[in-house]
Ligand binder design. Structure first.
Ligand code: TMP
Length: 212
């Protein structure tokens, strides 16, 4: 059995990661790997309930951060860790970097507190190290461009309806996370055409030796 592989996908709303997540799932399946495709906040019945609360209801930044981590804990326990133990490739649409970018960068919430929550939620008694993705594909797009892509696509949720300045802070939050952990992050220039973005995603996975 091959060991499990955990990959997360990040970027501001409108950066265009969704298409590539499904395509990458197909690419891994075509090579015989079992794939667990999931998302945050969400991925379990409880975490999906927390998702609708946190995406729709107004709340203070600490409540918002706690709900993100509560959803994450349930998701890790019920879906991500069991899938990795089975040897699956886990493709997760957003993970903790989103909390640092949105709650830390966007809302201006204390990143030291977020780091404490990260340690609390992502360390389990039988796991010596912090559970983190082996790779984070960061779809980087200028907030002005992302706003153009999002305009009129669907009814915006609480985050999507934030002003441009919020997304500029979110983008800076992602850049800070990348600087802290450059080995884990692969920055994808999401301003390219969809097919060039896909080539870049594939190239990262081929370079890691995960796809032929
Ligand atoms: P999605 O639309 O990409 O599924 O993401 C849901 C929204 O939730 C998106 O606007 C980003 C936001 N979010 C946070 O604010 N903090 C988090 O920790 C996560 C995972 C998502």
């Amino acid at each position: 059995m091959q060991p499990g592989l955990f990959i997360s996908f990040e970027g501001i709303d409108g950066a265009g990661k969704s298409t590539h997540i499904s395509a990458l799932a197909q690419a891994f399946k075509a090579q015989g790997r079992a794939v667990t495709l999931t998302r945050e906040p969400g991925g379990t019945p409880l975490a999906e309930k927390l998702r609708s609360l946190v995406l729709q209801d107004a709340m203070d930044p600490l409540t918002e951060a706690l709900l993100m981590f509560a959803a994450r804990r349930d998701h890790l326990d019920c879906v991500i860790l069991p899938a990795l133990a089975r040897g699956d490739v886990v493709l997760c649409d957003r993970f903790t970097d989103a909390t640092f970018a949105y709650q830390g960068g966007g809302r201006g919430f204390d990143e030291e507190v977020l780091s404490q929550l990260e340690r609390m939620v992502q360390t389990s008694p039988d796991q010596a190290a912090l559970v983190q993705p082996a790779l984070t594909l960061w779809f980087d797009l200028a907030p002005q461009e992302a706003a153009k892509r999002l305009a009129g696509v669907r009814v915006p949720d609480k985050f999507e309806s934030q002003p441009l300045a919020f997304f500029q802070r979110v983008a800076q939050g992602y850049a800070r996370r990348q600087r802290k952990d450059p080995e884990r992050f692969a920055r994808i220039d999401a301003a390219q055409t969809q097919s060039s973005v896909w080539d870049a995603v594939l190239a990262v996975c081929v370079a890691k030796g995960w796809l032929a």
